[in-house]
Design a protein around this ligand. Sequence first.
Ligand code: T1G
Length: 693
Amino acid sequence: MTAQYHVCDGVAVITLDNPPVNGLGHSTRIAVVEGMTRALDNSAVGAIVLTGSGKAFSGGADIREFGTPKALQEPSLHTVIEIIEASAKPVIAAIHAVAMGGGLELALGCHYRLAVKGTRIALPEVSLGLLPGAGGTQRLPRAIGLEAALNMIVSGKTVPAERLADTRLFDQLVDADVLDAAIRFARHIAHTAETHPKVRDLPVRHANAEAYLGFARATVAASSGPFPAPVQCVEAVAASLKPFDQGLRGERDRFMQLLGTSEARALRHAFLGERAASRIADVPAGTPVREVAKVAVIGAGMMGGGIGMNFLNAGIPVTVLETNADALERGVATIRRNYENSAKKGKLTQEAVEARMSLLSTTLSYRDIQDADLVIEAVFEDLSVKEIVFRTLDEVMKPGAILASNTSTLDLDRVASFTRRARDVVGLHFFSPANVMKLLEVVRGRETAPDVLATVMQLAKKIAKVAVVSGVCDGFIGNRMLEQYSRQAGFLLDEGALPEQVDRAIEKFGFAMGPFRMIDMAGNDIAWAIRKRRAVERPDFNYSKAGDLLCEMGRFGQKAGAGWYDYKAGDRKAYPSAVVDEMIVRHSKDLGIARRPISDEEIVERLVYALVNEGALILEEGIASKASDIDMVYLNGYGFPKAHGGPMLYADQVGILNVARSMRRYAKGYQGHAWQIACSLQQLADDGKGFND
Ligand code: T1G
């Protein structure tokens, strides 16, 4: 049963009981209806209180049910709310902690609502590619006004209950024990009121609705990108000016349309995938974690400073260690400047800046960090440098300290071998800028202890990172896939495309930045160094030579004022370069390749499917444990368009059979050897399945 029922002095109490957040799944909906039936049939019951157990009143419809028959199975949430609203006996919602989505809609169907101050209130369906589908677009405007409701529904933002204290949404706000207050309220109302207010009967008033809605339509349409839901939210809320049942029908129709969109599936995938990434199959949920009360960061450069800020933001003291005072001074100044900039933008108060800076200390001596619970090195990406650091850490750090490397390319097991405590060693691969990018690749060494993994996964959530566990391989998950993506980008130039066409095509697909604009920003010389290393390690792993020719021209990117594109001083805009285009065309001629027109579709397929195929190999090798982890890496660290949900979900949406057929076609073309179709991908194609099934 997922709702409890008991009667207390003439008041029936129905308690939602579906951990972790009282999602309104089918069994919960049945239990609420049964509770209502019992209360209505019991002449000794004069009023009904609806409340939630545990950490929430209700987090809304059960997202895990979407895409299954249960999501819409009767009693639907609509039906549950109708039964509550039609009840002759007053129904009082006793709300604490969280009332979101269908949870808030359920409360809106009640006759009265009491909440604890600080309760998080939201209709966040738009962030799942949907709109409130159980009357929220019709009742919320009646409870709090058209504009406030439209803003909440279109933004999906959470507001504290007290901000809505002066509206018809709440009859009382209490400091604590809302259930006790609700039962007292229920007893009182049962004896004093003959009829009970229904939100649906309240009017929606606005002095100039049409003008306001016209403005809202234009603003939302201009800012919603590839997502259909925000515009639909506006139209559904606009219909609240019509008779209630008419508006409700419109809401239902729009909700059903959105439920089936690929964008909704992608956003749902991202929501559940982020949370699933923190679950590690062979690390039980209850694994004890190590306390992390103090953090040390070695290296005060751009990465070290950004890494340290994450912990300062979470209120965790950080000591930054450097080899010289100047570097320390520069690092601290950069951290302060970052915070001051946030304060200028109104994102931080000055007090918050000072509070964070007060948690920061610096040192030139390892002795000063020996009692840190976690130390993260962010020193130069060279194994010999890492060796010195980790041998020193092994000597200095207290037993049980977690030793983490921020390496992005080196073998973590080799790094761990520089210590006598490989179980305490883990990779924490942050992405630059480390205080901004959400992705954190947690690199699990051969010997990394389970409690170390459990500790860093919990810590990742505390510092608002999306953590994904990766095994040890060159490039881990993200950079390894990026290498195949970059290879295809170069081959496309050899065959007939130009940088601007490639970038434009993949940016139209939804990437924030195409491969050539991106490498111009990161530095073409960095990619050049990797290619040189690769040529020695894996001669079969070839690239287009166009990138090398570009570097030989000294065109290292924005920092050199010229890269794949031309740049003007003080202007970050990338201008197509005739010099580079000529070099590319000449290079094709030197290769004996007759350049051909290449469609945007082919560009997108070859870049994205290169990611998909490498992702399949990564899954086969166990470097990533599930396809959704790979999608979380690409959504949160590489700008993969959220509307597509990640490379592996995108492949599912296209159909693995179709992906495999395209790959086979490219395998017959230029540099076709790069298309070694992963066996697991071919098997999925043969079985008619997807990576995320
Ligand atoms: N359904 C199912 N599971 C949910 C859930 C939900 N609505 N919300 C959270 N969970 C799970 C989550 O997957 C995780 O599971 C655990 O709860 C803790 O979540 C008809 C159609 C409520 C503010 O969009 O914003 O109602 O990984 O880590 O940080 O109009 O969860 O532990 O197994 O996020 O304390 C609308 C989504 C649904 C709210 C709690 N509701 N949830 O935050 O915990 S659509 C939402 C949240 C709808 C109606 C429509 C947050 C939270 P696991 P957590 P948290």
